[in-house]
Design a protein around this ligand. Structure first.
Ligand SMILES: [Fe+2]
Length: 318
C-alpha cells in the first residue's frame, strides 16, 4: 500500500490535514506496521535522548505485544479498566502499581539491572509496597515492638566492606510484619511505629535490633492484582521475611530482605524476590539464655545472625 501524503487526504479532508507540515509523522495509516513506524517516529525530535529511547522502545514493544497476542478491543478495554481501578485503589499507604510491578517480576528485574553488585556483596531484592519514610531512630539492640503479639527475635550482625573491614555509622531502616501478618501501615492502630525502626552500626560495624519472628503473608489481593492472581491460578503468599535498607557514605545503598529459612513459599514467592543467599536461620533460644536482651521478656525468643557486606561506590580514579 503506498504511503498517503498529508496533502492527499481523501473526501475533502484537505482542511486540517493539508495544513500539517509535510515532516509530521503519518498517523492515519491502517497498516499495523506503518502505524507502529509512525508512532515511533513521532518521538524523533524529542530533545531528551534518554526519554526518546524509552518511549520509542516502549511503543515498539507495546505494539509487538499487542500483535503477538492479537489483542482484541474488548481485551484492550479491560486493560484500561484495570489500570483505572489500579489508580483508584492506590493511596499513600498502598501502591497497587508497585504490587503489579512486583507480581509481574518487573521490580525484581529493575532491581537486578540497577544493582550489578560485585561477588561477595549482600544481594538486593524488591522494596515492596509497605515501606514508609521517617521510621523512628532506635538504640543498639533496641526493640521495635510497640504492642506485644509475635515471638520476639533478636537480629544481629556486622556490616562490613568487601575486604571484611567494619563499616561504622551505617544506617539500617527496618520494617516487618507481625504474627497477624500485617505491617503497621496496614493497621488503623495509632502506633504506626510498630515493627519499624532505624538503627546505626557501632564502631566495630555491629548492629542489633529486636523485632519478631516474621510469618508468611498474602500480598493485598482485594484489588486488580488479586483478581489477576485468582484468574491465573496463582497464590498471593510471600515467605516470611524482614525488610531492610542499609546505607553508608561511600557505599551502594542496599535494599534487601532476611528470609526465614524455615518458611513456606520460599520456592513460590508471589513477587519473585527470594534469593538463596538471603536465607537465614531463626534459632530458638531459652528464656534463661544470658544473651537475652533486656527488652525481651523471660519467655521463648529467637535470634538470627545476619552479616551485611556493602559494595563500595566506584570512584572512577583507579
Ligand atoms: Fe514484606
Amino acid at each position: 500500500m503506498p504511503t498517503r501524503s498529508a496533502n492527499s487526504a481523501p473526501c475533502g479532508g484537505g482542511g486540517r490535514l493539508a495544513r500539517r507540515r509535510a515532516t509530521e509523522p503519518m498517523t492515519t495509516s491502517t497498516r499495523a506496521d506503518e502505524l507502529t513506524h509512525a508512532a515511533i517516529a513521532s518521538f524523533n525530535n524529542c530533545p531528551d535522548p534518554r526519554l526518546k529511547d524509552i518511549l520509542q522502545s516502549l511503543v515498539r514493544h507495546l505494539h509487538a505485544f499487542a500483535s503477538d497476542v492479537q489483542l482484541t478491543q474488548d481485551e484492550w478495554a479491560q486493560a484500561i479498566a484495570i489500570l483505572t481501578k489500579t489508580g483508584a485503589i492506590t493511596d499513600d499507604k498502598r501502591s497497587e502499581f508497585i504490587l503489579w510491578s512486583d507480581a509481574l517480576g518487573l521490580s525484581g528485574l529493575v532491581d537486578s539491572l540497577a544493582n550489578p553488585l560485585p561477588a561477595g556483596a549482600t544481594e538486593a531484592t524488591v522494596l515492596g509496597p509497605f515501606w514508609t519514610p521517617n521510621a523512628p531512630k532506635r538504640d543498639y539492640a533496641g526493640s521495635m515492638i510497640e504492642r506485644p503479639l509475635g515471638t520476639p527475635a533478636l537480629v544481629h550482625g556486622v556490616i562490613r566492606d568487601l575486604r571484611g573491614g567494619p563499616i561504622a555509622g551505617a544506617e539500617l531502616d527496618v520494617w516487618q510484619n507481625d504474627a497477624n501478618g500485617l505491617y503497621a501501615v496496614q493497621e488503623s492502630a495509632p502506633d504506626q511505629d510498630h515493627l519499624r525502626g532505624r538503627f546505626s552500626s557501632r564502631a566495630d560495624g555491629s548492629y542489633a535490633f529486636v523485632g519478631v519472628r516474621p510469618i508468611p503473608y498474602a500480598i493485598p489481593d482485594d484489588g486488580p492484582v488479586g483478581d489477576m492472581l485468582a484468574a491465573t491460578g496463582r497464590h498471593p503468599w510471600r515467605p516470611a521475611h524482614i525488610h531492610m535498607i542499609v546505607s553508608a557514605p561511600g557505599y551502594h545503598r542496599l535494599q534487601t530482605h532476611i528470609f526465614d529459612s524455615a518458611s513456606r513459599y520460599l520456592d513460590s514467592d508471589a513477587v519473585f524476590a527470594v534469593k538463596r543467599s538471603l536465607l537465614r536461620d531463626f534459632v530458638v533460644r531459652d528464656p534463661d539464655d544470658p544473651a537475652r536482651p533486656t527488652s525481651i521478656e523471660r519467655a521463648e525468643w529467637y535470634s538470627v545472625e545476619n552479616d551485611i557486606l556493602l559494595a563500595p561506590i566506584a570512584t572512577g580514579c583507579a
